[in-house]
Design a protein around this ligand. Structure first.
Ligand code: NAP
Length: 286
């Protein structure tokens, strides 16, 4: 029951209406019998500062930050974790006793969760896209000790910036999506991560084509694992296509759950979070 003592967690971003975080967090909070709720708040860019500076003055016990504020929020934190600093993205805030924010990144740990048991050490990988999720993917692949990380993007400026932030990792290269070299990389890679939004469910329910078009995928090998970070729809057009080519496919649901559970555990000082409750809540909702 919600009472006058009930405290809350908040998701701040724009848009937030598509997010499944309230579904899985509220299911697990109820299961654990905690007097807390998780609410999402759409926020305009111009209001971000006042919103973030106000939340720690009321009964907010933690915040998730999503697009487009993961980098912007850094300047409002009195501490950020080394990984969040490196990839320039904070997705989780915890209030301190002094009413300050500590910021961490749980996307990286969430992203590698479904990859951890796949023995990817010294294997080759490709990451599609050069935005926020791509940064988490690259850091995750560094942590898993892959031998080669190729970033593919249509945006040369974004590739340059990414490479600067990962300059200490000589096994990372960036190429444009229309480069002729792409087919050699595609044919020999062990893992491809789609970190573009191509294939996400839209309001009009029409899925776009495959990231970078069908021709881009013509050299795909059946041994390649294809990991699409999108979780809605559960199986994107890309995953369907790769499955017909014999590839092992993974969608973004496990990442979503693992990063959410890490955030909740951080807010609750290390509490064990039952992932299965979150998983069932999402499955029932979708
Ligand atoms: P972002 O920062 O906006 O970056 C998107 C990237 O995709 C950019 O490099 C962009 O390139 C590229 N892109 C956009 N439209 C494209 C198109 N039509 N063709 C080719 N490239 C395109 O977004 P993000 O935060 O990284 O999120 C990316 C995806 O990851 C989203 O689908 C999101 O739902 C998913 N995600 C999932 C989870 C999870 O928990 N499962 C967590 C985070 C993100 P340009 O610079 O050229 O526009």
């Amino acid at each position: 029951m919600i009472s006058s003592k009930t405290a809350f967690f908040a998701l701040i971003g724009n848009p937030v209406s598509h997010s499944l975080s309230p579904i899985m967090h509220n299911a697990v909070l109820k299961h654990l019998g905690l007097d807390l709720v998780y609410l999402s708040f759409p926020c305009e860019e111009i209001d971000f500062e006042i919103v973030i500076n106000s939340l720690n003055k009321i009964n907010c016990k933690g915040v998730n930050i999503t697009i487009p504020f993961k980098e912007k929020v850094i300047k409002y934190c009195s501490y950020i974790s080394p990984i969040a600093k490196k990839i320039k993205a904070v997705n989780t805030l915890k209030p301190t006793e002094k009413n300050e924010w500590h910021g961490i990144n749980t996307d990286v740990a969430g992203l590698i969760n479904p990859l951890e048991k796949l023995y990817l050490k010294n294997k080759k990988s490709i990451v599609l896209g050069s935005g926020g999720a791509s940064r988490s993917a690259i850091q995750g692949l560094i942590d898993l000790e892959l031998s080669e990380i190729i970033i593919v993007s249509r945006n040369s400026y974004a590739i340059e910036n990414l490479l600067k932030d990962f300059k200490d990792n000589s096994n990372i290269k960036g190429i444009l999506s229309n480069s002729l070299d792409i087919h050699d990389y595609m044919n020999s890679t062990d893992l491809i991560i789609n970190a573009t939004p191509v294939g996400m469910k839209h309001k009009n329910n029409v899925n776009e084509e495959l990231p970078f078009g069908l021709n881009f995928w013509k050299s795909l090998h059946s041994k390649t694992i294809v990991y699409d970070l999108i979780y809605n729809p559960k199986e994107t057009k890309l995953l369907k296509h790769c499955k017909t080519k014999g590839c092992h496919t993974i969608n973004g649901t496990k990442m979503l759950i693992a990063q959410g559970a890490k955030s909740l555990s951080y807010w609750m000082d290390g509490l064990d979070i039952p992932l299965d409750i979150m998983e069932v809540a999402i499955k029932d909702y979708l």
